[in-house]
Ligand binder design. Structure first.
Ligand SMILES: N[C@@H](CCC(=O)N[C@@H](CS)C(=O)NCC(=O)O)C(=O)O
Length: 221
């Protein structure tokens, strides 16, 4: 366990940040989050992070980037493990994390799609990916009875899927019953409920409004 406080930098609605926060909370690792403005990023992000993206984890003088690499780092410094010991399970875990990150990109596309045609196309892609995840999912956790790194990765996706439903957008889990169960389980966990700032719903809805996308027109926001 690293004793110094880890420092995270990102913006409030970033799903990759949320997965790191869930991981840190599960491991009871002390941390601070600084919410930054993506347009006016602090100098250090452009100077030392080649891809210029957040989230970033500052450990002493080191700046780590790429959320899955950061989550692996947190795993390595912690005594509580969320990575399965079995190498085959571990490989599956890593593979599903990549798939979930692709699915998050599809979700982002439906948030920003400017017209009905693009929205419908992206929605189909997203629905197919969610059905693939549903086929692979177990309950109460994605790989079975124990929480793993896949759960901390899929929770931010399910959180946003639920919020989209709450604002009278599409019910994206209508054909994904196991994911619905997984969502009910994960989204009731304290560490997951507390992994976003109080302003999250307002910020997320505000972003959809700012995009002036097809979704903003068909939802009650
Ligand atoms: N694969 C990266 C994705 C990071 C990413 O796309 N971050 C977004 C915020 S959620 C970002 O920094 N976007 C700003 C940009 O690309 O300039 C990760 O997992 O960390």
């Amino acid at each position: 366990m690293v004793t110094e406080k880890l420092q995270l930098f990102s913006f409030s609605t970033c799903p990759y940040l949320q997965s790191i926060i869930i991981n840190l909370k599960e491991k009871q690792q002390p941390f601070d989050v600084t919410y930054i403005d993506l347009i006016n990023k602090p100098d250090f992000t452009n100077m030392q992070i080649p891809i210029g993206r957040v989230p970033i984890l500052k450990v002493g003088t080191e700046l780590l980037f790429e959320s899955s690499a950061i989550n692996e780092y947190i795993e390595d410094i912690s005594t509580k493990k969320l990575r399965p010991e079995d190498p085959t399970q571990c490989a599956h875990t890593r593979a599903w994390i990549v798939f979930i990150q692709d699915t998050l990109i599809s979700l982002y596309k439906i948030l920003v799609a400017p017209n009905e045609a693009e929205y419908t196309e992206y929605l189909e892609n997203l629905s197919t990916q969610l059905i693939t995840l549903d086929r692979a999912a177990s309950t109460p956790y994605f790989i079975g009875k124990n929480m793993s790194l896949v759960d901390i990765e899929i929770a931010p996706l399910l959180y946003r899927v639920q919020l989209i439903k709450d604002i009278k957008g599409p019910n994206l889990l209508v054909n994904a019953k196991k994911l619905q169960q997984l969502s009910n389980n994960l989204l009731n966990k304290k560490n997951i409920l507390e992994s976003v700032p109080d302003s999250f719903n307002k910020d997320f809805i505000g972003k959809i409004k700012d995009f002036d996308s097809h979704l903003s027109k068909i939802t009650h926001i």
